[in-house]
Design a protein around this ligand. Sequence first.
Ligand SMILES: NC(=O)c1ccc[n+]([C@@H]2O[C@H](COP(=O)([O-])OP(=O)(O)OC[C@H]3O[C@@H](n4cnc5c(N)ncnc54)[C@H](O)[C@@H]3O)[C@@H](O)[C@H]2O)c1
Length: 325
Amino acid sequence: MKILVTGGAGYIGSVTVEMLVGTGAEVVVLDDLSLGHRAAVHPAAVLEVCSLAERPAVDEVLARHRPDAVMHFAARSQVGESMRAPFLYVGDNVRAGLNLIESMVEHGVSRFILSSTAALFGEPSTIPIAEDERIVPGSPYGESKHLLERILEWTAKIHGLRYAALRYFNAAGASPERGEHHDPETHLIPLVLQVALGQREAITVFGDDYPTHDGTCVRDYIHVMDLAQAHILALGALDQGSRVYNLGNGQGFSVMEVIETARVITGHAIPQVMGRRRPGDPAALTADSRKIKAELGWDPRFAALPAIVESAWRWHRAHPRGYAS
Ligand SMILES: NC(=O)c1ccc[n+]([C@@H]2O[C@H](COP(=O)([O-])OP(=O)(O)OC[C@H]3O[C@@H](n4cnc5c(N)ncnc54)[C@H](O)[C@@H]3O)[C@@H](O)[C@H]2O)c1
């Protein structure tokens, strides 16, 4: 099977490409390298440096490669930035997705997997969050993914597209070869590890007065290789119909638990500074992933927090400047 992976030079896309190559799939990466890294692309994959904003270029790549399926990771994905630049997010993410989906319809490509997000559920009514939770995005970023899910629903109805929308919570960890390198970094685990590497003086904890067991926010961390495995399972199930899944560990970990775990694993004191709550940060966000477990037999292998942090630490220690190392 030939799979086109947009954003395959980014964090989650590059690990998924690595695992797809491991299954024997033929992989084409479409990435404009605006946020990703050439060195992250598996050498067995073909890299097409191309922006999804350029419809003729997307058409050309699809016409030349004729993939059987598309996994769409490419997007801007910083919630905070989207609150400052909403049109950039709703505009770029939706336009890029539309160009891709329209081009797929024109080229007869009928299988699609979307990287969706927990940001669809701004302030959920029930924790852990199941697929039928009301969608009220808390940011233009979440809204852009919601609009893409709606576009997919219509494309499925009208053009027979088979799709899976995988709404992930916080991707974390690394494969032995590939890890997380965002610039700027906004995710907790790499930021904490930057302190252990001496690249940052301390980690700021935004609020310790939340109604959680230790007062700090609780989030659901899912290992990037478990996430990649879910994409592979979802792709295999598309012939039985389109589907939507929430993907997380199910168990949340607080900011303090992440810092404590990193202290144990790195042997570094990791000083912390107590900051104020950030507006819009809910106390706890965890996924109810029973549906994908029951329907696809998805079984996360790295659910324990130490396993997640340890894999990230191994990668960051070996690549202290990320892909620039
Ligand atoms: N990281 C997370 O915790 C998380 C959680 C939920 C959902 N997601 C979603 O997963 C996907 C991947 O996230 P990530 O952390 O790997 O992001 P990333 O920034 O590491 O990778 C995104 C990749 O897409 C490429 N790209 C961006 N815009 C493009 C365009 N217009 N044309 C071509 N390529 C383009 C970038 O160069 C980069 O390589 C995103 O869609 C994100 O919204 C991520």
